[in-house]
Each structure stands twice: as C-alpha cells, then as structure tokens.
Design a protein around this ligand. Structure first.
Ligand code: FAD
Length: 603
C-alpha cells in the first residue's frame, strides 16, 4: 500500500505532469473553461454557438454524403449483440468500414484519408456511438489514439510512410502506453528503448497491458523510457514515443482479455523483446514522449463526447418509445410524472452533451490554443451523462430493459469503461482543477487585493470579486436572461471561493482532493450551463422551428446544474469536517481491507 508521502508524490506526477505537457496556460487564454476560475467570461469559443455555417459548402456536402450511408451501413450490416456474443467484429464488417473510409476520417486526402475536420469527425463519431460502442473502440483505438501521434506530431516522412496504410485500414494501429505498474501515472512507464552504438537503432523491451487492437495491430505508437547521458556523465531516463511495426520483430501479444463491455474490441497485452526500431521512427525528440502521449489524448477526447452524445440520443429514443407504448394501471407510462421527469432530464443532459461536443470540435477547428480543459470536461461529462442515461433508460423500461435481447444492458456494459480509460474521470478532474489553480495562484500573487476582497466578501455573504457580471446576460437571448444572470453570479462566487481556497492551502492545495473534485465539478457545470445558454440563444436568434423547446431544455439543465454548483461551493467553503471524516474512514477501510463496522448480529 502507498504511504502518504508516496501517494502525494503520485498525485503530483499524475496531475502536474499533465499540466506541463500542454500548451502553457496563462491569464490571457481564450478558453472559456479556463476563465471560469478567474471569474471571467471568455466568449470567443462559446458565442455565437457554432452551427452548420461553420463548415464551408464543400465540407457540408462531403459530410452530408457520408452521414446517411454510414448510418444505413450500421443499421443494415452491423449486429451489435452478435458482435458482443462473438467478442469480435466479423471480417466482412471490418472490410465494409474500411471501404467507407471510417479508419482514416481525419487523414488528409492526399494521404488516402477522408480529410475531415474535427466538427465533421464529431458528426461521424456520433453515428458510431449510436450503434455500437465496441466498434467505436476498434475505430477509435486505431485513429483517435493509435496513429494520432503520427497525424498531429509526426514529420513529413513519417506521415508519408505510415498514414496511407493506416488511413485505408490496410494496416491497423494501436496506442501502447499502459503497463502493469503504470496506469494513471503514465510517466512511470518501464518499457525501455536503448540506442545502438552507432545511434541508428533503438532496441525496445517491455510489456504493455490492455492495449485496444493490441492483438492484431500492425503499427504501434509506443511510449517508453530512453537512457540519456547527461553532461556530468550520469545517465537519466527520459520518455520517448516511437512508431513500431509488428514486422520489426520481437513483437508478440497475449490472448484477448475477457471483459465487461466493448467485447467486440480486442484488448490485449503487447510485449516487445529487443525490438529494433530505426531512430527515424521517434516522434518529436527524446524527452518528448509524455508530451506526445498527452497531446494525443487531449486531441482525441472531443470524439468521446460526440460518440456518447450519439449513444444518449439512441437510448432516449428507446426509453421514449417504450414509455409511449407501455400501459400500466390506467395510462401509458409516459403520462406519469415519474417517467416524464426521467425523459426531460435525460434530454436536457443530452442537449448539454451535444452542445459541448460541437463547441469543443469547433474550438479545435478554429485553432484555439487551449482546448484541453474543455475536451476533458467533454469526456467526463459525456461519459457520466451517458451512464446515467443508460441507467434511467433501463429503469424506464422496467424488467424489459434488463433483458439481453433488448440491447440496452449491453450499452450500459459498454459505457462503463468510458469513465476509466483515456484518463480516469477522477484524474481528469484533478487536472482541470489544478491547472486552473496554478494560474489563479499567479494572479493572486500579482494582485493581493483580490485575496482580501474574496475573503471579506465571503464573510459578508456577498461577492466582491469576479468579472462575469453582465457578460453572459449581454450575449444571451432575453428568454434566458434570468439563467444567464444566475450563471454569472455563480461564476463570481466560484471565483471567490477558489481564491479563498488557494490562499488557505497555498502549495498544499495539491493534497486537498475533496475540494479539488468539487472545484472541477463547478467548472464542469458552469461550462455546460453556459454552453446551453449559447446554443439556445442561437436557436432563438436563427428563429429555429423548435427554438422554444431548446430554451426549455436549457432552462431545465441550468436549473439542475446550478443547484449542483451551489452545493459544491458550499462544500468547498465549509465542509472540512465532513471531508476529514471521510478521509479518515476511507483510510481505515482500506487498511482494514474491508468494512470497519461490526455486524448487527455480532457474527
Ligand atoms: C478495455 C480497456 C481498453 C484500454 N485501452 C488502452 C489502450 O488502447 N492503450 C493504453 O495505453 N491503455 C489502454 N487502457 C488502459 C487505461 O487507459 C487505464 O486503465 C487507465 O489509464 C487507468 O489506469 P489503471 O487502470 O491502471 O488505474 P489506476 O491508475 O490504478 O487507478 C485506479 C483508481 O485510482 C485512482 N487514482 C490513481 N491515481 C490517483 C491519484 N493520484 N489521486 C486520486 N486518485 C487516483 C484512479 O482514478 C482510479 O479510480 C485500456 C483499459 C481498458 C480497461
């Protein structure tokens, strides 16, 4: 078991290392999420809400040409329950997906891909998420993370050599980071690549676990340590990323893992035994391996929000369909408030998920410098809302939802992993909170009055800091002015409580995980609430047919999100006894290897 100081160190590595790996954040960042803790409303990538007008005519046409055929292909040719049962994707289905171009959606056309931007990719991913999340992982492990490093960070030679084969699916790719001792703490990998004497080849040895597509991939991006001789003659291990071909030799894999969901995707251990890798296959430089891994994950996360938006939409359709047809007691169950509440909440949550999925993809297309906090929020939020959606869909369907043939319990099993991989939601929450706090700390140092005002304001029960006042209201449609005002006030209160928190704990803030979780929760809810204001405002401005309905959905979502924000702020400001108690009991349970209370009967 980790002792306390090792645990703190692990936390620091897992979170601050991630902070260092992304484009430097500063107080002038135009990221909306990032501005929240500073009490700012950075409207650039939030207003106006991006619609179809953000794609040019050709992009629109290309996307339209793909959406219906892809949806029909999944409806007609893919049997998710069959894939679940055989724990595989039939060869002919794989071939059809390759023919449709689904394995190289973002690879430029000149390198045999489809050349989609992030918004177009999001729309395509939504279709996959609607039909079969297992297949989504086969496709995603290949292009969202497997060869993504080559696509976004590779040099021209690497792109020319590898992208045509992977874009067409002639070769399959995988992302090999996780090891038995290195999960969330990704910088602690033990796999090593040792350079040959002539410096032309690295010899790679080590073992990776749970690698999606690992059982059949031809190309791996592998994250490992490389020994580097320092100026003082000592050797230090630095992280590097390599493109490794199975054909290089010494690459083997274990059998497919048996797992809870996404069963048709292959998950396997992958071993490298003195595998010779040419030096030109290193992505970026020695020492950049962690940065490469994090940029790939940051870049790929937006796709998860889009995919899980598709999943939620399909689940809501199932729940609504059942509610409209099932009669119990006197009426169809859709007439009962308990069912209406579920359908309304799920729809509002989906509205928020869909909104942030397209805000993030649009921010990436607009070359926003910092979009990784938003992408992390998208991943956390979409995976949690989709889980809730599956749970409530099953509840709406009663016993029928529990039946295998209905295919909904399969979706729930598939969904569980999304809160775990590509950065657990818990670690991403720490990252979101700590990255924002790092910059807030600098602001407080530069402006001592900020701390004084935040403290006095909290004591007086009023907010004296934060610049959000009036900003959202000026951008929102009048129908949402009350919500916009409430979100502004919540942003300013969140800013004040964050300042107080940072002043109270200073550098030790990193150990305050109870508070940090709630800080991240506030940011998630404030970002998603603002996204709903932006989208519903656009609907009204554009006089969309269902604009009223969008306003209603936004109101429902914001009302519930603000209640959560209020509770989170209350806990950040004043629940230290509760949190201390939880920490103490949690630790005792861990040390006792189980529950610490005695049985009511005594045995
Ligand atoms: C089906 C499947 C497919 C996968 N595909 C791939 C793949 O293609 N490529 C790849 O490289 N990896 C892959 N993974 C690995 C996945 O990314 C890891 O499981 C994930 O990063 C979490 O690591 P872990 O499982 O070791 O959990 P751990 O890191 O052991 O974490 C266990 C728990 O402790 C929490 N925790 C850890 N550290 C801290 C801390 N400092 N503070 C607070 N809480 C903490 C975590 O949030 C989590 O709840 C896959 C995993 C699965 C199950």
């Amino acid at each position: 078991m980790l002792n306390r100081s090792r645990l703190v160190l692990a936390t620091q590595r897992a979170t601050l290392a991630q902070s260092r790996s992304v484009s430097a954040l500063d107080t002038k960042s135009d990221s909306f999420a990032f501005g929240l803790m500073q009490g700012e409303v950075n409207a650039t990538h939030m207003f106006p809400f991006p619609g179809i007008e953000r794609l040019d005519e050709e992009q629109r046409e290309n996307l339209e040409m793909m959406v219906d055929p892809t949806d029909s292909f999944f409806t007609d040719s893919v049997d998710p329950l069959h894939n679940d049962q055989i724990a595989d994707v039939p060869e002919d289905v794989m071939q059809m997906m390759k023919d449709l171009g689904l394995f190289g959606l973002q690879v430029p056309e000149e390198l045999e891909g489809i050349g989609l931007n992030n918004t177009q990719y999001a729309r395509m991913t939504e279709i996959v998420g609607k039909h079969d999340l297992g297949i989504g992982i086969v496709i995603g492990a290949h292009q969202s993370i497997g060869f993504k490093a080559i696509l976004i960070l590779g040099n021209d030679e690497q792109k020319a050599k590898y992208l045509p084969d992977v874009a067409t699916g002639r070769k399959m790719a995988a992302f090999a980071l996780t090891e038995p001792g290195s999960g969330s703490d990704a910088a602690s990998v033990k796999t090593r690549a040792v350079p040959s004497e002539d410096g032309k080849t690295y010899y790679l040895s080590g073992g990776k676990v749970w690698i999606s597509n690992g059982g059949f991939a031809d190309i791996f991006t592998v994250y490992c340590k490389v020994p580097v001789v320092q100026d003082d003659g000592t050797t230090k291990d630095k992280m590097a990323a390599f493109i490794v071909e199975r054909d290089f030799g010494g690459v083997t894999n274990g059998p497919p893992e048996k797992k809870m969901g996404i069963k048709c995707s292959n998950t396997a251990e992958v071993y490298f035994d003195n595998t010779p890798v040419p030096v030109e296959n290193m992505i970026l430089d020695v020492g950049d391996g962690f940065k490469v891994a994090m940029e790939v994950l940051n870049n790929g996360r937006f796709g998860m929000a889009a995919a899980l938006s598709g999943t939620q939409k399909q689940l809501i359709h199932r729940a609504a369909d059942f509610a409209a047809n099932r009669k119990q007691f006197t009426d169809k169950i859709q007439e009962y408030g308990a069912i209406q509440e579920k359908l309304a909440r799920l729809s509002a949550n989906h509205y928020a998920t869909e909104s942030i999925a397209y805000l993030v993809s649009q921010a990436m297309d607009a070359k926003a410098t910092n979009y990784h906090l938003e992408a992390a929020i998208g991943k956390i939020f979409a995976s949690e809302m989709a889980w809730l959606c599956a749970d409530e869909t099953i509840q709406t369907m009663g016993g029928m939802g529990f039946m295998y043939e209905q295919g909904v319990e399969k979706v729930m099993r598939d969904l569980r992993i999304f809160r775990i991989f590509e950065g657990t939601n818990d670690i991403l929450r720490l990252m979101i909170a700590l990255q924002s706090i790092q910059v807030l700390g600098k602001m407080i140092s530069a402006n001592k009055m900020m701390a004084v005002k935040a403290n006095v304001g909290t004591k007086l029960g009023m907010t004296l800091v934060g610049n959000a006042g009036g900003k959202l209201g000026a951008l929102a449609d009048g129908a949402l002015s009350s919500e916009a005002k409430s979100v502004e006030e919540a942003i300013n209160r969140f800013h004040a409580s964050s300042v107080n928190l940072v002043v109270k704990h200073q550098k030790k803030i990193i150990q305050q995980q109870f508070a940090l979780k709630r800080v991240a929760d506030c940011m998630i809810d404030l970002y998603t609430a603002s996204a709903c204001i932006s989208r519903a405002t656009a609907a009204v401005t554009q006089q969309k047919e269902n604009a009223d309905l969008e306003v209603q959905l936004a109101k429902i979502y914001i009302n519930e999100a603000l209640a959560r924000v209020n509770e989170s702020i209350r806990q950040i400001e004043g629940d230290s006894d509760h949190h201390k108690r939880m920490a103490s009991v949690g630790k005792q349970v861990a040390e006792a290897n189980g529950v610490i209370h005695s049985h009511p009967l005594g045995f």
